[in-house]
Design a protein around this ligand. Sequence first.
Ligand SMILES: Cc1ncc(COP(=O)(O)O)c(C=O)c1O
Length: 355
Amino acid sequence: MKSKTPYFELHLQAFKRNLERLEHLQQEPNVKILHTLKSFNEPSALTLIGERLSGMSISSLKELALANEAKARHIHLYAPAFKGEELTLMQEQVDTVSLNSLSQWRRFSSVTKSSLGLRVNPKLNLPIPDYCNPNVSYSRLGVDYVEFLEQYRENPKEFSSLEGLHFHALFQSSFQGLWLLLEHIENNYQELLPQLKWLNLGGGHNFTDDSYEVEEFVKRVQAFHSRYEHIELIFEPGESVVSSCGDFVTTVLDIVEVAGEKMVILDTSTETHLLDVAIVNLRVNVEGTQPESTPYFYTLTGNSCLQGDYIGEYFFLEPLKIGSKVRFKNMMGYSMVKMTEFNGMEKAKFLIVDS
Ligand SMILES: Cc1ncc(COP(=O)(O)O)c(C=O)c1O
C-alpha cells in the first residue's frame, strides 16, 4: 500500500539491531543505558525501547508521561532549570535527578526526595561545533567544574545530599570521548567519589555505530569499577539509539526553472519537518544522489512561504518529475520530535516497516 507523504519510516530490524548493541553494553554490571526522549519520542516505538533498555532520560512532565506509558524502568530527570511546582510533581516518579546550577541546587536540593545530582561542565577540549558544544567556558549547561570544586571544598556539608554528578560533554563520539571524560572524573573529583552513587555520562556516544570500540568500552568501564565499585555508570544516548534506522519520505509537487536552476518544491519544509536544516545548516543525505556532478542537478526546497526555505542542492542519478519520491536518509533523531505546523502544513505521519 502506498502511503501519503510526508512520512517518517522506521526500519524495525535496523532499530532492533541498535537496541541489541545497547543491551550488550548495559549487560556490564552497574551500567545503565537510558534513552534520551528529546531525540526521539514516537510512542509506538518507545514501547520497544522501554522493554529493552535500562530506562529513559526526560526533561518535562510530557516526557515523564511518555516514559511511564512506555514502562521505562529507571527514569532520570534533568533540565537546565525547573519550575518548583513541576519538579515537586516529577521527582516522586523518577529515580535520579540532576540540577543544573548552584542556584537550583540551593533552591531545590533540600526538597527533592529522589537521588540527587548536579550537572557539571568538565570543559573538555573536543572538536565539537560551538552550537552543540556544552564544554565551552560560557555554557549555561552545568556548573563550571572549577567553581563547583571550590564551593565543595569550602563547604562540603552543603553537598552532603549529593549522590551523583552529571556530565553531558560529548557529541557523536567514539570511545575516545568516554575515555577522556572518565580520566577527567578520576583526576579531579577524588575526594567526592566515595560519597557518590552514580555518574551520568550523558549522551553523544556513537554506541551503535559499526566502528564503536565495544571492547575498549567494556575494559574501561571494568577498570573504573575496579576502583569505584559503588558507583553506577549511567549513559543517556539519544541519537545513537535511532541512528541509521529510518528515513523521511516526501513527494515532488513542482519543478520550476529559475535563472537556469531547477528548483524542486517538495511537500515538506525546513520550517516544519526539517528544522535542523534551518537551525544548524544540517546537510541531509538524500537517496539516489551522489556528491559528484551528474546531469540531474536540483535545488530541493520546501512548500512554505519563506523565501529561504532551501533544503540543499543535490546531484541525482535519475531525473526527478512531479510525483517522484524524495527520501531523506537517517532521519529518526531530532527530526520528528521537532515538527511544527507552520503555514498549516500537516505533521508527518510515522510508519514502522519490517526491514
Ligand atoms: C543532557 C543531555 N543528555 C543526553 C543528550 C543526548 O545526546 P545525543 O543525542 O547526542 O546522544 C542530550 C542532547 O542534547 C542532552 O542535552
